[in-house]
Design a protein around this ligand. Sequence first.
Ligand SMILES: [Ca+2]
Length: 146
Amino acid sequence: VLSKNIFKSFICTHTQFRFGPGDTVNALSDDGTSSAISLLRPFVFFGRTYNTIYVNNNGHLTFDQPWYSYIPYQFPTSGGRDIIAPFWTDLDNRNNGVISYKQYSSGSVLTQATQNINQYFPQLQFTATSVLVATWDRIAYYPVSV
Ligand SMILES: [Ca+2]
């Protein structure tokens, strides 16, 4: 999932980007969320500019406020909130898995992101200047019974 903006930063979910040292980890909570994350660069999503994002435990990211919804709805939506929803379902990290995120402004993650975007969208001539990697790793579906 990606969206390009005029500042040439993007948000992407891809298996090549792995969580690790330096990631911020979400608290254990069935329908929890991250704290407000100040983006390294403004992010334009369908014409709206955002400086803050939330990594929500139920598999989505929202911009203006955290969100706890665990029942996905069909896209495209009319009205409604802006959302990036790579894994939207009723996830529950209370007993298993890690939900985490990290922002990058230099290094191999930006190089990899730049290569990926240009591979899939060669007409963009894209150069990543910031990347947010959000990871839902080995999260179980609600209810967790173990
Ligand atoms: Ca949940």
